[in-house]
Design a protein around this ligand. Structure first.
Ligand SMILES: C[S@@+](CC[C@H](N)C(=O)[O-])C[C@H]1O[C@@H](n2cnc3c(N)ncnc32)[C@H](O)[C@@H]1O
Length: 1010
């Protein structure tokens, strides 16, 4: 087969992709697909679109003859070539002159050619297409999408023409039909959705029925009813709606809105008495003048804020249910502080809401919490309440709850009211008739609530929440019946053929509506359990899973499903209908439940881009049962096969979970074996004209060696990829996690995932000795490292990103043999890659000025602590500088025989690089950190504007410093250096454009924990 190199194997506009990914992680726009349903490790759409596009289009080096024949391009390239040649000649002259001196000047490489320039120019054109394509705002911009699709078709037709004489040309190279796309680990569908946007027929599969359902709802159903008007009677009676054009899934969106409203009204009739309004009385305003403006008004509750309780362990108060509260603050908004005070009287306590700053801020902020875990104090006596006691009480079913406050909907914001016994009593009148009794898995790495007696999923909801959710679940099914009748009345065929039977008539349409309403219900579940909490800084609800696990929420918020909050039915409905409003792709998509180890979908071969599980990071199946139990209740009759089992199937899930496989070793063996099978299925079914792209992310903090770079998660995964017959032809670090992710805050968690570009292993590849392998690494890794840094990879991810180019060298050989003739394992290869990377980083030190080189070595030994003057002076001689000079330059303090480097916050705030006569890279980095921390990215941008090109080398120093700090386990400093690099693109943009910062800036240490 004649195959062309694809763009992804050569170049990608990483900055543009990463900036857009980050922007969308920080603030989700209306209709954002990842707000549709909770999933874990959702890939950013910007990355997904760019990767698939670049995997489909040829790199220009493979059609440079066509470019050469274009007179205009030719002329433009000739002009550029002249300039480039001039630069190249200057660089070679300099390198020649530097030889023999002790100056380090690298050779400029081969002279540029006209073909190089032509290919470069064409790449820039393709980059512009990608830069437009990745922007969410262009999602429905047909011009942008069509430009991308045209490019894909052009490359495809080229491949078909070149392979016209291929023996399987008819199956493999049909110039009228693009190959289909497949993602066998589809999750919430970011990759399949992107392929569909690009115009490919798309197959999405996953083992997990919840993931399959999400893909059905997002990509399979919309094209089936594309362009159809809504069927609900209100829309059909409205002349203006009948006349309008219904694009994409907008008709479905309108029906989701209508039936959600209908469900709300029905629910109000059936269970509205459980959610009464509260009248603000004169008695209430006496204590709280701020309520005066509401006197006589009936306030609708947004949420009730509860605290869990246990009996006091102090025998004197053994009958008192004391609160386990992590904070008494209800609102921390400046000038709008509200808190709750436990008032102790007559051997008991009750809560009163107070407005204003608390007298004792510490107590108000920390509630009755004493330390990490379930350690509290008795509010009556101050006696500590140990975690073990709380656990024992929980397991005995004796953890209770007490109402702390009611949040009402005021004219201009939230109104907090003190609780009354009536409010608590009403909640107690709720008697659910159904409760999901599926037990939680015994995975104590992620599911912590069973430790406190919440053994089944049903235990995570209050009785009133269960009544609310089961009522809505019943209504989902009733709405389905209404929708079918309405659809028949609207003229859809009454063929009785369901969606699962590939129907397209009234029954199938009603199934589709029912599917979306079940997703609305899942959104209510997400915000409607006793794990949902209240965010005092935002005065809003926080979902039940800010971590990739189920953790106890001690003070929880019970949302009113009929009030106005993230948890009410109409707000939840918007997340679904807003997506449908923008969902316009028309290409066919199929979502199915398959085990990737044995998958056979439709007609191979496929273009694969996929994102398999990351070793033991996330237990998708265990977590998704939280939603499955509710989906199953509403949708079992619509998708009987998908919801056949009582819980999400777990046995074949490809994660290395020790509790399922008896031990860590058992889990590793299962993962390696299963992942090898899955990767082999990819290799067998991949279209030969395209590389396969695979995302992989694994936390550095989980590494199991001292240098923090090799870990079982990576070894085992790469082993599987290579055993399956792939070689790695490229790797790209993609910014996939937001800085504000809870898991990332305050930790060194991975911010990027790595996209591996794979091709079948060349069976004729030569073998290499260990020595040859190391020599090739040494020749290639420094260049790859520089490229990664230029791509602004977060320092925290550098070591893992370098695995890619290192493994590309490893898989270039059929085998690497050690001195005894044994094959070098992936683990050994990774260790050599890391060593080489370290050396390459150390070599970069030669590029820094003398003061910075001194400071680096000193910092490695002493950090910002004091050290002996004598040692400092001796070191300064070897680095060709002096302590006195550096003291004057303002980077250190030398006093009484001691020397110490100044911390960023100690540096002078009126520093001006323009007037600094001894400017060092060290100074630049630390002043930038100071300015970034105090004035944000715009202030740092202004400083970089003054520094000009000098700032760039300082970024290299930040990488080096990060690596040092990480090795020395100096976490706060490491975070500061990492933060500087991560903010770099925005700082440079601001410096260049002198522009305004975006509304949401990334702070130096990322967003703080919510
Ligand atoms: C990293 S997630 C994919 C996330 C997805 N790219 C997104 O953006 O939401 C990995 C997925 O692999 C699925 N999975 C795990 N074991 C599987 C198996 N044996 N076959 C198919 N899918 C599996 C999990 O259910 C999970 O959805």
């Amino acid at each position: 087969m004649k195959g062309n190199k694809k763009l992804i194997e050569v170049a990608l506009p990483l900055d543009a992709i990463n900036l857009e990914s980050l922007r969308r992680k920080q603030k989700a726009p209306k209709g954002w697909p990842t707000s549709f349903h909770k999933w874990w490790a959702q890939r950013p759409l910007a990355a997904a679109r760019a990767v698939i596009f670049a995997q489909l289009v040829d790199d220009p080096s493979s059609y440079v003859d066509v470019l050469r024949a274009d007179r205009l391009l030719h002329r433009k390239a000739e002009t550029a070539l002249k300039a480039r040649l001039k630069l190249w000649e200057e660089a070679s002259t300099l390198a020649k002159k530097a030889k023999g001196s002790n100056l380090a000047v690298s050779e400029p490489g081969l002279a540029p050619t006209l073909d190089d320039i032509l290919a470069d120019q064409e790449r820039q054109r393709l980059f512009r297409i990608i830069e437009n394509l990745v922007m969410w705002d262009n999602t429905n911009n047909e011009t942008v999408l069509q430009a991308a699709r045209n490019e894909i078709w052009q490359s495809w037709r080229r491949a078909c023409a070149e392979n016209a004489d291929h023996p399987r040309a008819k199956d493999l190279f049909d110039r009228h039909k693009l190959p289909s796309f497949c993602d066998p680990f589809a999750g919430s569908g970011s990759l399949p959705l992107s392929a569909q946007w690009l115009g490919l027929e798309t197959y999405a599969s996953d083992l997990n029925p919840v993931a399959v359902l999400i893909n059905k709802a997002m990509i399979e159903i919309p094209p089936k009813f594309a362009g159809k008007p809504p069927v609900n009677p209100a829309s059909r009676q409205d002349e203006s709606l009948i006349a309008r054009q219904w694009r994409g899934a907008q008709g479905l969106a309108e029906d989701v809105r209508y039936y959600s409203q209908w469900m709300r009204e029905e629910a109000e009739n059936r269970i509205g008495h459980l959610y009464p309004t509260t009248t603000v009385t004169a008695a209430m305003t006496r204590e709280r003048p701020d309520l005066k403006k509401y006197e006589g008004e009936k306030l609708t509750a947004i949420a009730w804020l509860w605290t869990r309780t246990v009996k006091s362990p102090n025998p004197a108060f053994a009958q008192v249910d004391v609160p386990l509260t992590t904070t008494f603050m209800l609102s921390t908004k400046a000038g709008k502080e509200v808190y709750v005070e436990p008032v102790i009287a007559n051997g008991d306590y009750h809560f009163e809401v107070r407005v204003g700053k608390p007298r004792d801020a510490k107590v108000a902020t920390t509630g009755t919490k004493l330390a990490r875990g379930a350690n509290f104090r008795c509010v009556m006596s101050g006696t500590p309440i140990a975690g073990d006691y709380v656990k024992a009480e929980g397991k005995a079913g004796r953890i209770g709850a007490r109402l702390m406050a009611l949040v009402g909907e005021g004219e201009r914001g939230r109104v907090y009211l003190s609780p009354t016994p009536e409010m608590e009593d009403i909640a107690l009148t709720a008697h659910p008739t159904w409760k999901p009794d599926t037990p939680l898995a015994p995975d104590l790495r992620a599911l912590w609530t069973p430790l406190y007696g919440l053994a089944t999923f049903g235990d995570h909801f209050t009785p009133r929440q269960l009544v609310g959710l089961t009522t809505f679940s019943d209504l989902v099914q009733e709405a389905r019946k209404r929708a079918e009748q309405d659809a028949i009345a609207a003229g859809l065929p009454s063929d009785g053929k369901s969606l699962a039977m590939a129907g397209t008539g009234a029954a199938a349409y009603a199934d589709a509506v029912c599917t979306y309403l079940a997703c609305v219900l899942d959104r209510m579940v997400y915000y409607g359990s006793s794990l949902t909490s209240w965010l005092p800084k935002d005065n809003a609800l926080r979902d039940c899973m800010p971590r990739q696990g189920l953790a106890m929420t001690w003070d929880f918020a019970e949302a009113n499903p009929l009030g106005k909050s993230s948890g009410d039915v109409l707000t939840c409905s918007k997340s679904i209908s807003n997506y449908l409003d923008v969902a316009t792709p028309f290409t066919r998509a199929v979502a199915s439940q398959q085990d990737a180890q044995s998958m056979l979908i439709g007609k191979a071969p496929y273009v694969f881009s996929t994102d398999p599980p990351y070793y033991d990071n996330i237990g998708y199946a265990d977590l998704s049962d939280f939603f499955y139990v509710w989906l199953r209740r509403s949708l079992k009759s619509v998708f009987p096969e998908l919801f056949a089992t009582l819980a999400v199937p777990k046995a074949e899930e490809l994660i290395a979970s020790p509790y399922r496989h008896g031990s860590k070793e058992g889990a590793q063996a299962f993962f390696l074996d299963g992942m090898t099978k899955a990767m082999s299925r990819l290799a067998e079914q991949a279209h030969p004209a395209f590389p396969v792209t695979i995302y992989y992310a694994f936390k550095q903090t989980e590494s199991d060696d001292t240098d923090g770079t090799t870990n079982t998660g990576w070894d085992t995964f790469l082993d599987a990829v290579i055993r399956a017959g792939f070689s790695i032809t490229g790797t790209w670090p993609m910014r996939t996690e937001g800085a504000g992710r809870m898991i990332a805050a305050g930790t060194n968690a991975l911010a990027s995932s790595i996209v591996l570009v794979c091709r079948p292993l060349n069976i004729d590849a030569p073998t290499a000795t260990r020595r040859e392998f190391v020599a090739t690494l040494k020749a290639e890794l420094p260049h790859a490292l520089a490229n990664l840094q230029r791509g602004n990879i977060a320092p925290v991810d550098l070591a893992q990103a370098a695995i890619g180019p290192g493994m590309a060298v490893y898989t270039r050989f059929s085998k690497v043999l050690d001195a005894e003739g044994n094959t070098l394992s992936v683990r050994e290869a990774l260790s050599l890659i890391n060593q080489t990377l370290d050396e390459a980083l150390a070599e970069q030190e030669g590029d820094f000025d003398a003061d910075s080189r001194w400071a680096l070595t000193w910092f490695e030994q002493s950090g910002f602590d004091e050290g002996e003057y004598g040692v400092a002076e001796q070191l300064s001689k070897s680095k060709n500088t002096s302590v006195a000079g550096m003291d004057l330059a303002g980077i250190l303090e030398s006093d009484h025989g001691k020397v110490r480097l100044l911390r960023p916050e100690e540096l002078p705030s009126d520093w001006d690089p323009v007037t600094d006569s001894r400017l060092s890279e060290w100074e630049i980095v630390h002043h930038l950190i100071r300015v970034l921390s105090s004035g944000g990215e715009s202030a740092a941008g202004a400083l970089v504007g003054k520094l000009g090109a000098k700032a760039e080398i300082a970024r290299e120093l930040a990488y080096r410093l990060y690596t040092l700090c990480e090795r020395k386990k100096r976490a706060p400093e490491a975070l500061a250096y990492n933060g500087l690099v991560q903010s770099w693109p925005e700082i440079v943009r601001l410096a260049r454009e002198g522009g305004q910062p975006r509304a949401e800036q990334v702070g130096l240490f990322g967003a703080t924990e919510e």
